[in-house]
Structures are given as C-alpha cells and as structure tokens.
Design a protein around this ligand. Structure first.
Ligand code: TPP
Ligand code: MG
Length: 363
C-alpha cells in the first residue's frame, strides 16, 4: 500500500552554498564541509581530470574520431560532488552529459569514447559499474531509475538509484510520471536535475512557470532542494543527505543543482547564436574549479605538488583516451541490420547493399 507524504513540503529559493565564488566558506550551518583531507583533494582531482578529458573528447570529435560529443565544461562540481558520495552499488541513470559521474564511478574514459564513436558495445559495459547506458531520448532514464529503485525496495536492499536529468528534461511527460510514481511509492530514487540554464537554445525561463525546478517537488510530495551546482562541497552534502534519507526508507528527493553549461550543447552546436558574452562572463566568474582551488588554498590543503600530480594524472588519462579511441576496432556495419531486426526485409537488404557500396566507394 502506498504511503503518502504526511509532512508539508517547503522548498528554499536560495540554493545551498557551502563555499562562495571567492573560495571562502559561507555561513551555511545545516550541512557539513567536514571531509577527510584526502577526500577533499580527490574531489579537486576528479574535477580537473573531468575538465581535461572533456577537452580531449572535444578535440577527438573535431578530428573526426567521434561522431558527436556533449561537453560538460562548467558542470564538473555538480557531477563530481553528486557521484562522489554514492556507493558503487547505487545504480546511476545518466542523460548524456555526465562525464564527471562516469569518471567518479570508475568507468574507463575509453568506454565513454566507444559510446560516442558508435562502436559495438559502446556504453554497454557501463553496466558492470552499475551505470545505465547514456539516454539520448530526453527524460526516459528517469522512469528506468524509478523502476530500478522499486526493484531495490522489493529486494530489501538499501541501495539508491539516481536519475540524472537536465532542466529541459523536466518538461517531459516521462519525467512527471517518474516523479509521481516515485513519490507515491516512496522509492529510493534521487532526481538530480542539473539546471545548466539551457536546453539547446531554450532558456530555463521557458521551461516552467514554477518558482524553481526544485519547487515541483511540492506537488510530488517529496523534499525539493536547490543547491549551488558550482560548489562541489554543497552538491556532495545535499546528495549525501538525500541518499541517507532514501536508504532509510524515507523516499525520493528532487535536487536542482544550479549550474551553467560553459560550452556548446554538443559539438554540433554554436551557442553564440543564442546567448551573449555578459551572460557567459557572469558564469565564468562562478567557475567551480578555481573556486574550489581557492577553498583548498584557504584550508592549507592545496600545494604545487598536488597541482602537479593532478596535471600528470589528467595528461595520462588524455593519452589513454586517445590510445583507446585510435586503437578501437572498426565497426562491422552489418550489425546495424543483424542486431536490430529479427527479419531482414527486401527493403533492408537493399539498404544493406547500398551502404556496402557506399563504403566501398569511400574506402
Ligand atoms: C524526447 C526527446 N525530445 C527531444 C530531443 C532533442 N533534444 C536533445 S537534447 C535536448 C535538450 C535537453 O536539455 P536539458 O534536459 O536541459 O539537458 P542539457 O542538454 O542541457 O544537459 C533536446 C530537446 C531528444 N533527444 N529527446
Ligand atoms: Mg539544460
């Protein structure tokens, strides 16, 4: 029997922030910044490695090695902070921009490369790391996350699932269904919306008339929290709290991480067509990486040797990614036909012949 939320839900307009853009701790006292020094440095390392690999993915796409890429530049804190506090057995349901989440989960960058190159098994090996393949049909992954959370609930596990989605996805019918189902059955699913202000060229003001995306939680009978998505410690803290609530059987949470996509929507997009330099400058001043570096400096945790170690690790990962992409086996185009359809119709056979002839011409 479904248990409905008995307590009235209110949502703060102001995002939770633990570290300001100047790197100074804020007055926020509801959440802790108290993590071991090693974890604090590791969060920095993961953000820097994410940005560096993001650059490498863009370069590889520009060189014609990848079909497409969805850069996450600017969203490193939102992604690393959210993923870092989870257990390896918590299932992740990404949209398509979650590079930082994959890296924290230990998914090899080469596997992400295979997904964007379109080679066989592209993305499928994510599942060994409890991460669903990327979801390009916007918002559909939220329903999968709720279904998996219901399974965990019935199996009596204390794992949680996380649906990663964007501001644009919140307008999809699937997302309404997922949130509603999760609320009614109090499933251990966290909805993590990265509000990066844009859905391709549609600004977030055109997505909803609600006070904020987090305020939608009120209607679903679950807690809604706005968090500064460019503050890695705030994202970590808010997600930790929501995961604990879900593990204890107290149901889902809708988190809105307020952040910004500094790059294009994809490598096929030109954002200068729909947004302006002052807006970009505003968000560049909120860049999560220099902010967190300043925080570590203030805490006496940053050192040149940390910076050097992180830079070396990032360079090595970039090289490994290039090797993985360049060394990937050629795609067997026949799989387009044999792995999708049970029966090959005459039309499909004609398409297969046409494709082979085309490839023979361009080889
Ligand atoms: C169901 C569906 N509708 C439309 C699209 C085309 N589309 C691809 S990405 C995108 C924008 C999604 O924006 P958001 O959820 O904010 O995520 P972001 O790209 O900003 O990370 C749209 C409309 C799609 N892939 N799937
Ligand atoms: Mg968006």
């Amino acid at each position: 029997m479904a248990r409905n939320c008995q307590t009235p839900v209110t949502v703060d307009r102001e995002p939770v922030q633990l570290v300001g853009p100047d790197g100074i701790p804020t007055a926020e006292e509801r959440y802790s910044r108290d993590l071991p020094a090693q974890t604090l440095c590791w969060l920095y390392e993961m953000m820097v490695v994410t940005r560096e690999l993001d650059n490498e993915f863009v370069n590889l796409q520009r060189q014609g090695e990848l079909a497409l890429f969805t850069p996450c530049r600017g969203q490193e804190a939102a992604q690393v902070g959210a993923a870092a506090c989870l257990r390896a057995t918590d299932w992740l349901f990404p949209q398509y921009r979650e590079l930082g989440v994959y890296l924290v989960r230990g998914i090899p960058p080469g596997d992400v490369g295979a997904a964007w190159r379109g080679t066989w098994h592209g993305g499928l090996e994510f599942t060994t790391k409890c991460c669903a393949p990327m979801s390009v049909p916007v918002g559909t992954q939220t329903l999968h996350a709720v279904g998996a959370a219901m399974a965990a609930q019935r199996l009596g596990e204390d794992s949680v699932t996380v649906a990663f989605l964007g501001d644009g996805a919140t307008s999809e019918g699937d997302v309404h269904e997922a949130l509603n189902l999760a609320g009614v059955f109090r499933v251990p699913c966290l909805f993590y919306v990265q509000n990066n202000q844009w859905a391709i060229s549609t600004p977030v003001r055109n997505q909803t008339a609600a006070v904020s995306l987090a305020h939608k939680a009120i209607a679903y009978g679950m807690p809604g929290i706005r968090v500064d998505g460019n503050d890695v410690l705030a994202c970590y803290a808010v997600m930790t709290e929501a995961a604990a609530r879900a593990r204890a059987g107290n149901g889902p949470t809708l988190i809105e991480a307020v952040t910004y996509r500094l790059g294009p929507h994809t490598t096929a997009d030109d954002p200068t067509r729909y947004r302006n330099q002052p807006e970009l400058d505003h968000w560049l001043a909120q860049d999560p990486i220099p902010r967190y570096r300043r925080y570590l400096q203030g805490q006496g945790l940053w050192s040149q040797s940390l910076e050097d170690r992180v830079a070396a690790r990032a360079a090595q990962q970039r090289a490994d990614l290039r090797d993985a992409v360049f060394g990937a086996p050629d795609i067997d185009v026949d799989e387009l036909f044999t792995a999708v359809y049970a029966d090959i119709t005459p039309e499909l056979e004609a398409q297969r012949r046409q494709l082979r002839a085309e490839l023979a011409r361009t080889d």
